[in-house]
Design a protein around this ligand. Structure first.
Ligand code: B16
Ligand code: MG
Length: 214
């Protein structure tokens, strides 16, 4: 029986990728190179420092550790300016409906995100109270596809991996769920997320009956 659902944040609950993109693009411009929306695809689900390494690789730049820390801090400050302007109506379609169905069925809700800003984002979207457990970039040491973020989520809910279902939009996130022995619903495209047990375009296509049938 499914007793808990673990949600990735960016790309599953809300599209913060567009704000990450604008902030990385600004940093790239400052460093003297262009950063495209296509480049940004490579940063989805990836930690902040690893994202910076990818950005620098795209720009063909090498900088010191100290400069990297400063650049990442700057990017995050720009990102936070966008985040603070977000509105609850930016929650992706069908998400709140699905959360309410889970509550009615006594299924626990956890967050499993790589973001260090996750709690702030849930606060701004006014949905923090839905979550029984929050695991984010501040509590994990190993990045997806390592299953740590999801296994911590299951443990904190007091559940086994087999009792949990993960919702993920990134390939590495789907891999992380499978590495943790969990069922996984991919949010996005079948070709990219083929390791997931089922792939849907979003929560307008997925309800509690679909969950029970997994
Ligand atoms: P921060 P997720 C990830 O969120 C984003 O997809 C990724 O682009 C970002 O670099 C990462 O969070 C870290 O975010 O800079 O806020 O710590 O998909 O794991 O919810
Ligand atoms: Mg994601």
């Amino acid at each position: 029986d499914i007793k808990g659902c673990i949600f990735d944040l960016d790309g599953v609950v809300v599209d913060t990728a567009k704000y990450h993109y604008l902030a990385w693009k600004k940093l790239g411009a400052e460093l003297g190179f262009d950063f495209t929306e296509q480049d940004n695809e490579r940063l989805k689900g990836v930690s902040r420092m690893r994202s910076l390494d990818i950005l620098l690789e795209i720009g063909g730049l090498t900088i010191s550790q100290e400069e990297k820390e400063a650049a990442a801090t700057k990017k995050n400050e720009w990102y936070l300016e966008f985040i603070h302007q977000m509105q609850p109506d930016e929650i992706l379609p069908g998400v709140l409906d699905f959360f309410n169905q889970l509550k009615e069925n006594n299924i626990k809700i956890a967050l499993g995100s790589a973001s260090k800003n996750a709690v702030l984002i849930l606060d701004i979207l006014k949905i923090k109270d839905y979550f029984d457990v929050i695991v984010d970039g501040n509590s994990v040491s190993k990045a997806k596809p390592d299953p740590e973020v999801f296994t911590q989520g299951a443990e904190k809910m007091g559940l086994t991996a087999a009792e949990c279902v993960v919702f993920e939009d990134a390939e590495a996130g789907v891999e992380a769920a499978k590495n943790g022995g969990m069922r996984c619903v991919g949010i996005g495209e079948q070709e990219v997320l083929s390791q997931a047990d089922v792939v849907v375009s979003g929560f307008t296509e997925f309800n509690i009956e679909n969950l029970k049938a997994l």
